[in-house]
Design a protein around this ligand. Structure first.
Ligand code: E4P
Length: 183
């Protein structure tokens, strides 16, 4: 499973990148099809984010034939995901937090999309987006998301637990006591 960092903050990218766990970065611009080719020229690993609309799918179809990778964003249903996959999207981004906001099971959507991709052997990868807490990351990992795009604050929380903090404190205290005894 890959982790992307969901931010446009360069200093957060530098900080989290030092952990050695980040495979990519996502940002959140509104991209229209006529701008897509220029954006793809910025670097050879750029993926163009396209909104899930009829016009967006037309752009995905054209760009995929030119070997320009696209990420179809704002996916909320299996049908939307399937349409983006069929149009040639390299990535699809179902929005976990926003589905949870409206009381819909986002994890079932991730599982269903993964099942379809594997069943038919599609190349499209699922980027679980709208990740807002560590439980979201854990659940999308279990449901087969190829990638989770994670805000830097959530990355930070993924390294922490109160028992880790108190454990380090106790080990440090015990080490000091031991050193004082042997000195
Ligand atoms: C990333 O590509 C999405 O735009 C982002 O994860 C949305 O997160 P939000 O639903 O918390 O705004």
């Amino acid at each position: 499973m890959k982790f992307f960092l969901d931010t446009a903050d360069v200093s957060a990218i530098k900080t989290i990148n030092e952990l050695g766990v980040v495979d990519g970065v996502t940002t959140n611009p509104t991209i229209i099809s006529r701008e897509a080719r220029d954006i793809a020229k910025w670097a050879d690993n750029i993926v163009v984010k396209i909104p899930m609309t009829m016009e967006g799918l037309k752009a995905v179809n054209v760009l995929s034939k030119e070997n320009i990778k696209t990420n179809v964003t704002l996916i909320f249903t299996v049908s939307q995901g399937l349409m983006a996959i069929k149009a040639g999207a390299a990535f699809i981004s179902p929005f976990v937090g926003r589905l949870e906001d409206i009381g819909t099971d986002a994890y079932q959507l991730i599982s269903d999309l993964r099942e379809i991709i594997d069943f038919y052997g599609f190349d499209t990868e699922i980027i679980a987006a709208s990740i807002r807490n560590t439980v979201h990351v854990e659940n999308v990992a279990k449901r087969g998301a190829h990638i989770a795009t994670i805000p830097d604050a959530v990355f930070d929380k993924m390294t922490k637990h109160p028992l880790t903090t108190s454990g380090i404190k106790n080990f440090t205290k015990d080490w000091e006591t031991f050193k004082n005894k042997v000195e």
